[in-house]
Write a protein that binds this ligand. Structure first.
Ligand SMILES: Cc1ncc(C[n+]2csc(CCOP(=O)(O)OP(=O)(O)O)c2C)c(N)n1
Length: 313
């Protein structure tokens, strides 16, 4: 969680220098969901996600250098410098892909779960979605199909209450999202999204269900993004959400809570935290230097992976 936070803080610090050629959607404040979920998955399990990618990509073990190359549009990017921040992938570790289309990753994850079930691979597939993704028709279709086929898929809903700058109350009838999901015949639970151990435990239950043929689970985790929907900095001053609301959530910062728990129980001490900070800082420096030293794609690269019929034939 600390590594994700520090990586994003550095991305944010440098963002307006305009060397990164990508939109960004920071997860600062939402680290416990990515880390808690991935802690319960195996490397061979697959993870999909929408546009808010950095946390899950790093938590699943995605390569930091390749991520920063992607964000700087360099040849060593994890998506071949075609995707930017919203399209991170690292197949070595089961980070199976992310999509800028809200809801786009959900049916792909269900398809991957169907494939895993048909091949009897024992593989679980998880997909991260936001509260707005629940409003997309394809999410309903995906829940229905996953329930019908008892697929080994986990729908992980990070409910941060806003879609860009629109609050839930203007977008959905008053309801509890995981209770709505349960109407599809899916096991559905709520979990405290700032408590990494609670997230890990809820996901472990869902993984066990999926691996033993019990079918899908929908997990709803209330969280809060401390930054704007997109870009660097906070945008609460524009008036769509209360500054006091954000400040109240900052009191339950998932990293601070876990740090306090670990230090109170004697699992961690201040010098271990300092060593962690130093290791992370060195890794981040290295990864940015690597990205900035990597070459731009060539014109030839532009045509790789492109399918187009030859007009001369
Ligand atoms: C199909 C589609 N509609 C609209 C958008 C524009 N859009 C990008 S992010 C976003 C908000 C998504 O909110 P949510 O799924 O709750 O995730 P969050 O941004 O809160 O993490 C919207 C509407 C899009 N990318 N795709």
């Amino acid at each position: 969680m600390l590594r994700i936070r520090r990586v994003e803080e550095e991305i944010e610090r440098r963002y307006n220098q305009d060397q990164m050629k990508t939109p960004i959607h920071l997860v600062i404040g939402q680290e416990a969901t990515a880390v808690g979920c991935c802690a319960a998955l195996r490397e061979s399990d697959l993870l999909y996600c929408s546009h808010r990618t950095h946390g899950v990509y790093l938590a699943k073990g995605g390569d930091l250098r390749a991520m920063l190359c992607e964000m700087h549009c360099r040849v060593n990017g994890c998506a071949g410098s075609r995707g930017g921040s919203m399209h991170l992938i690292d197949k070595r570790v089961g980070m199976a892909g992310t999509s800028a289309i809200v809801g786009g990753a959900v049916p792909i994850a269900v398809g991957a779960a169907l494939a895993a079930a048909m091949k009897a691979e024992g593989r679980v597939v998880a997909v991260f979605l936001g509260d707005a993704t629940v409003e997309e028709g394809v999410t309903s279709e995906s829940l229905n199909f996953a329930a019908l086929k008892r697929l080994p898929v986990i729908f992980f809903c990070e409910n941060n209450f806003y879609s860009v700058q629109s609050p839930l109350s203007t977008r959905q009838p008053a309801r509890v999202i995981h209770e709505w999901a349960a109407t599809y015949g899916i096991a559905a639970v709520a979990v405290d999204g700032v408590n990494v151990l609670a997230v890990q435990s809820a996901t472990a239950d869902a993984v066990e269900r999926a691996r033993t043929g019990g079918g899908p689970t929908f997990i709803e985790a209330p969280v809060y993004r401390f930054r704007a929907h997109g870009g660097a900095g906070d945008d609460s001053h524009t008036g769509y959400r209360d500054v006091a609301e954000r400040e109240a959530w900052e009191q339950v910062c998932p990293i601070r809570l876990f740090d306090e728990y670990l230090q109170d129980t004697g699992i961690l001490n201040a010098s271990a935290v300092e060593a962690m900070e130093q290791g992370i800082a060195a890794e981040i420096d290295d990864a940015f230097a690597f990205a900035l030293a990597s070459p731009d794609p060539t014109e030839e690269d532009l045509y790789r992976h492109v399918y187009a019929p030859d007009p001369t034939r």
